[in-house]
Design a protein around this ligand. Structure first.
Ligand code: COS
Length: 382
């Protein structure tokens, strides 16, 4: 793995950093406080090509690769985790359509996701009774004439109230002959489709500027051509998409952790107790040293997973390792940041309490830490 960035990667990183610092970061506290969906920020990201970083140029994407995507995600998350998760899911949707879609599907959706014509894309896999175990889903799709009719409930759908297109998983086989993960297919459903009802946004602990909603699909009719990939082949598409998504969430966690470290370093220099800057005390220095070391370790894991994916080599275990370590390290780091700030870390005047609330979910979504350990252990014992 080459640790030097290519010209394109450095350029994407710089563009993301400049935009995140100039436009996204100043709005982040407000985005959180007022649970404001970051429309303007997302449009700006689309204009820079950052809503479809790893989607080929012929379908409107930046075609800049997985490492570029991971670097951009870190920069955006450092500024605002809510904006970052919306960007992450939209990138994932664009990639999954580019990878598994027909030519017609790619041309219909990827350019709209990339350009911001669609404010976002959404990934509708989880259900109230099927989170870590998506094979237990009960949403069904039955064929009638030339159409699929989809019925069921989905849960925790990021950007569900704003998405132009949803990737929806549904059971297409009967449970007897095609049990569990085998009888699941994947469909593209357009925002505003008849019978698609978006529920009340969740009142979340963190990433409050992102939109998380339940969905009801009440006999939603889509044409035959809305099937993504092969009939009954949807579970593998979900798993492959999530493998890539986990690199995105590792990068999001890393971005939040970097923000927490920067704020802590600044505070350690400025804050005086017992007649000197608190950064002169070993108790603070060791925290900062551990924070920096864990960030570098997580970064290297994320970059390895990204470079394997970019080289089209197997990367599932490495993505899980990166997501597991980065999310857990970032939680430790944000917790330390609050400790360094003391009482000031616990109030909204300073950003570190937001970092701690925002980072918590990185150990939960796109596969809990427990699921990542399961994936890593299975591949280790195989
Ligand atoms: N890439 C490609 N195929 C994969 C795969 C991957 N990463 N992981 C599993 N598969 C395939 C398997 O090879 C298997 O194929 P066959 O039926 O041909 O043998 C099939 O998918 C089923 O796999 P498996 O038996 O491992 O499925 P499980 O039900 O045991 O599930 C876990 C495995 C728990 C790892 C999976 O359900 C998972 O990732 N859960 C978490 C889901 C998640 O992240 N949800 C968050 C949603 S987004 S917020």
């Amino acid at each position: 793995m080459d640790l030097e960035l290519t010209e394109v990667q450095a350029m994407v990183q710089k563009a993301a950093r400049d935009f995140a610092t100039r436009v996204i970061a100043p709005k982040a506290a407000d985005t959180d406080k007022h649970e404001r969906f970051p429309l303007e920020q997302l449009k700006g990201l689309a204009d820079l090509g950052l809503m479809a970083v790893n989607v080929p140029e012929e379908y409107g994407g930046a075609g800049a690769g997985v490492i570029s995507y991971a670097l951009a995600m870190q920069e955006v998350a450092k500024a605002c985790a809510s904006t970052a998760v919306t960007m992450a899911v939209t990138n994932m949707v664009g990639e999954v359509i580019a990878a598994f879609g027909t030519e017609e599907q790619r041309r219909a959706y990827c350019p709209k996701l990339a350009s911001g014509e669609f404010k976002a894309g959404a990934f509708a896999l989880s259900e109230p009774g099927a989170g870590s175990d998506p094979g237990a889903m009960s949403t069904t799709a039955r064929k009638e004439g030339g159409e699929w009719i989809i019925t069921g409930s989905k849960q925790w759908i990021t950007s569900g109230a704003h998405a132009g297109v949803f990737v929806v998983w549904a059971r297409t086989g009967d449970r007897q002959s095609l049990p569990g993960t085998r009888g699941v297919s994947c469909f593209l459903v357009e925002g505003g489709a008849k019978g698609l009802r978006v529920g009340k946004p969740e009142d979340k602990m963190g990433i409050r500027g992102s939109n998380t909603v339940p969905l009801e699909l009440d006999e939603v009719r889509v044409p035959e051509s809305a099937l993504l990939g092969e009939l009954h082949g949807g579970f593998k598409i979900a798993m492959m998409a999530l493998d890539g998504g986990r690199i995105g969430i590792a990068s999001q966690a890393l971005g939040i952790a970097r923000a927490a470290l920067d704020a802590s370093v600044q505070y350690a220099r400025d804050r005086k107790q017992f007649g000197k800057a608190i950064g002169e005390f070993q108790g603070i220095q060791w925290k900062l040293a551990d924070m920096r070391t864990e960030i570098d370790a997580a970064h290297l894991l994320a970059m390895r997973a990204a470079s394997l994916k970019e080289a089209r080599k197997p990367f599932s275990r490495e993505a899980s390792m990166a997501k597991l370590y980065a999310s857990e390290a970032a939680n430790r780091i944000c917790n330390k940041a609050v400790q360094i700030f003391g009482g000031y870390g616990y109030i909204r005047e300073f950003p570190v309490e937001r970092y701690l609330r925002d980072v918590r979910v990185t150990m939960i979504y796109e596969g809990t830490s427990e699921v990542q350990r399961l994936v890593i252990a299975r591949s280790t014992l195989a």
